[in-house]
Design a protein around this ligand. Structure first.
Ligand SMILES: Cc1ncc(COP(=O)(O)O)c(C=O)c1O
Length: 388
């Protein structure tokens, strides 16, 4: 391994949400609580990103800056092209401070009051929040779970898509928290169902770089050439551990969508440090991401072994993508509240509990496996203690 991903970096005193603001999730978290909740990594950013930031800091002035340069957009589109063979026109790209604010804007602009937006629980909970926040209806097409493997309920989706009041779907691809990397067949089916029924598709692909060894991520929009009603949300934040840089890239291939976007968000600009970080990440860090993926493969295998050897009532299936593991603890017969209480009080470890992702997640919890192995070992030991 080129980089020492086993290194434990002290994040306290850096304003880390994950380590210092656990009270955002639980008022019972303590100084000693081990955080495995919010999805950021405990790995250092790639050395090339850190060097680029140092160089930019040395230029001493941090005034208004624009990312609208050939260098910037070539870095972004070059990444898409190299990693996914996905060719994106610069004119189709806009930036946002994050994927969640971008989705909030899209829901508000491209759907009408009271219209339905389809999501698939259990799923990343801010989707439901931004839909209701905009005064739209959350329309659920729950995923179907069989032996720990999740798939989409296409028949039900078709029924929902046919209802005229449902005008948008947010696809999570790869899917947080269940870790599915959707296959070509699944993506084509979901795309066809939505597009044939006039449902705009927002595909949140923020986790697209973090994929297990034997899987491959396909960009939904790339499977529908010439189709302009698929919007793709991407960001370097999960991939390079720079969520705090607050930068997302949204591909809006349709002109009237872009006009509406510009009308509301205007010509947003990135800050100078984000610009430097993104350019370095997307031009110099392919090898680093490959290394992270190999390390995550190892962490996921570790979790799987641990569960099989030491948590006989738990069920786990290695996720196909993301750095999140989805653990089924229904076998312990505890209520969601009891499970959450045990983790925080007896185990002194903080997870996003399954019910946060919708009632379909009750009895599950989500592990953030993007950490040095010794931290993951500690996390699993604390979970075992909580369940003992
Ligand atoms: C599926 C998904 N979308 C979006 C986000 C967050 O996006 P941002 O921080 O860019 O708003 C996350 C973070 O965990 C996520 O898992």
């Amino acid at each position: 391994m080129e980089y020492n991903l086993d290194e434990i970096i002290d994040r306290k005193g850096t304003n880390s949400l994950k380590w210092e603001f656990m009270d955002h999730l639980s008022s019972r978290a303590r100084e000693t609580t081990l955080p495995s909740w919010v999805a950021d990594m405990d790995f250092a950013c790639p050395p090339a990103v850190i060097d680029a930031l140092h160089r930019r800091v040395d230029r001493k002035i941090f005034g208004y800056s624009s990312h609208d340069t050939d260098r910037y957009w070539e870095a972004v589109t070059g990444w898409f092209s190299r990693r996914f063979n996905w060719k994106v026109r610069r004119q189709d790209l806009v930036i946002a401070p994050g994927v969640v604010p971008a989705i909030a804007t899209l829901v508000k602009q491209l759907t009408g009051p009271g219209e339905g937006v389809i999501i698939q629980n259990p799923v990343y909970y801010p989707f439901a929040r931004v839909i209701s926040g905009a005064g739209r209806s959350v329309v659920n097409n729950p995923l179907v779970e069989e032996g720990g493997y999740y798939s989409m309920n296409f028949d039900h989706l078709e029924k929902l898509a046919r209802e005229k009041s449902n005008t948008m779907m947010i696809l999570c691809s790869p899917h947080n928290p269940v870790g599915r990397v959707w296959t070509r067949e699944e993506l084509i089916r979901v795309g066809k169902i939505c597009l044939e029924n006039g449902v705009i598709l927002v595909s949140d692909e923020i986790h697209f770089d973090l994929i297990r060894e034997n899987h491959r991520h396909l960009v939904l929009a790339d499977l529908f050439p010439g189709e302009d009603r698929i919007i793709t949300c991407t960001a370097p934040s999960k991939t390079f551990n720079m969520a705090g840089m607050q930068c997302a890239h949204i591909v809006l291939p349709r002109e009237d969508y872009r006009r509406a976007w510009m009308g509301e968000r205007g010509h947003e600009m990135l800050n100078p440090l984000s610009i430097a970080a993104v350019e370095a990440a997307y031009t110099e860090c392919d090898g680093w991401v490959d290394g992270i993926n190999r390390y995550l493969d190892g962490n996921m295998a570790y979790i799987d072994r641990y569960v099989k050897e030491r948590l006989p009532l738990a069920r786990h299936r290695i996720s196909e993508g993301t750095y999140l593991a989805w653990l089924d603890l229904r076998g312990y017969g505890l209520s969601p509240k009891e499970l959450g209480d045990r983790m925080i009080e007896k185990g002194d470890v903080l997870f996003d509990m399954g019910e946060m992702f919708g009632p379909e997640g009750e009895g599950f919890l989500r592990i953030n496996a993007a950490c040095p192995r010794p931290l993951l070992e500690e996390c699993m030991a604390r979970m075992e203690k909580a369940l003992s």
